[in-house]
Design a protein around this ligand. Structure first.
Ligand code: TXA
Ligand code: MG
Length: 326
């Protein structure tokens, strides 16, 4: 059975479980993580089993202080330290050459490893009291990422002994993933640390072919973050409303997921709000999709336009809709 315990009360018990080779779910500022001792091969295998995650999708190792990078990676470039000074702790992961101490199950057989220092005091307290944690998002593979303990429970009840409840995640979308092993660092997954912020420190980064070239994290070939109901993205709120009305006429139960600025256009149609600002949209997108899939069989998401964190939110919307636009 799975227990949910307030994070501040559960650290000691959670650390014991980790050191015994068990899994623990912990809060981070991005999404909840499903953690195991990164140096314990058998424990890490349990993550793949609990999530139903394909073995060829590598895990990020979570640390609580910068010095720990030296146990996890090798040939660490100067740029790592410059980036770490600016963005760690924070919603940011860096890919480096792996150390032999990290088992290949963590890296899906590859020679590189992802490292992140979460900006959540309970996550860091747990790591401090136990070990660096290999941890993916704590959802079943392909479902929406969890931004509350309740979301985790719905996906993983019975598959993990303990969930540390740290409340709603502050950032709400997964960390930016930057591959530092390439000549030009490549953003494999956009997030709250944006390309501009990274280019500021590195001089150049590559993202989506827009700046230099496109690259994909191994996990990106799977549809991620998909709700259980069909979902599409509408180019603007009027298109969303038209699609909603069509769906109602066809006997469906649609819902609109949109910013909270269109009361007059949306009227009394069913809506799940993303809030107002771009940061609100990031914080709320997964909770909104979780809520929407429960009340409807057809989710119509408003397109969020913009270059910064808006683009990172759109990346998740495209994953949820499989890129379907209307
Ligand atoms: O915000 C986050 O990063 C959250 C929280 C829990 O820290 N974690 C998370 O993990 O999103 P996960 O496993 O759901 O996504 C990690 C992504 C995957 O797309 C994976 O393929 C990529 O990072 N990744 C991990 N290690 C990699 C590596 N060595 N090389 C390339 N991509 C890697
Ligand atoms: Mg994930």
């Amino acid at each position: 059975m799975t227990r949910i315990v307030p994070a501040q009360q559960g650290i000691e018990e959670a650390a014991k479980l980790i050191l015994k080779g068990e899994l623990v779910v912990f809060p981070t500022e991005t999404v909840y993580g499903l953690g195991a001792n990164a140096f314990d091969e058998e424990a890490v295998r349990k993550i793949f089993a609990a999530k139903g995650r394909p073995q060829d999708n590598p895990l990020i190792v979570h640390i609580c202080k910068k010095e720990q990078v030296e146990e996890i990676a090798e040939d660490i470039p100067e740029a790592f330290y410059a980036l770490a000074d600016r963005f760690m702790p924070g919603p940011f992961s860096i890919i480096l050459k792996k150390s032999p101490k990290i088992p290949y199950v963590v890296t899906a057989g590859g020679e590189t490893v992802g490292i992140r220092m979460p900006d959540n005091e309970w996550a860091r307290a747990l790591i401090e009291a136990s070990a660096p944690l290999a941890a993916p998002s704590a959802n079943r593979s392909k479902h929406i990422s969890p931004t509350s303990a309740r979301h985790v429970y719905e996906d993983l009840n019975g598959k993990v002994p303990l969930i540390l409840d740290g409340g709603a995640c502050r950032v709400g979308i997964e960390s930016t993933v930057l591959d530092l092993t390439e000549d030009v660092p490549v953003i494999l997954r956009p997030g709250a640390v944006t390309a501009d912020m990274l280019a500021d420190i590195l001089g150049e980064v590559s993202l989506n072919g827009r700046v230099i070239k496109i690259a994909k994290a191994p996990g990106m070939k799977y549809t991620h973050y998909a709700p259980d109901s069909e979902a599409v993205c509408a180019g603007d709120i009027r298109a969303a409303v038209r699609e909603y009305d069509r769906a109602v006429s066809a006997g469906r139960r649609p819902v609109i997921v949109a910013r909270d600025i269109y009361r007059d256009v949306v009227g009394d149609r069913q809506i799940v709000s993303l809030g107002i600002t771009a940061d609100d949209c990031a914080r709320n997108i997964y909770a909104a999709l979780h809520a929407a899939e429960k009340i409807s069989d057809y989710i119509i998401v408003e397109e969020i336009k913009g270059q910064g964190i808006e683009a990172s939110v759109m990346n998740r919307i495209d994953k949820a809709t499989g890129g379907r636009r209307i």
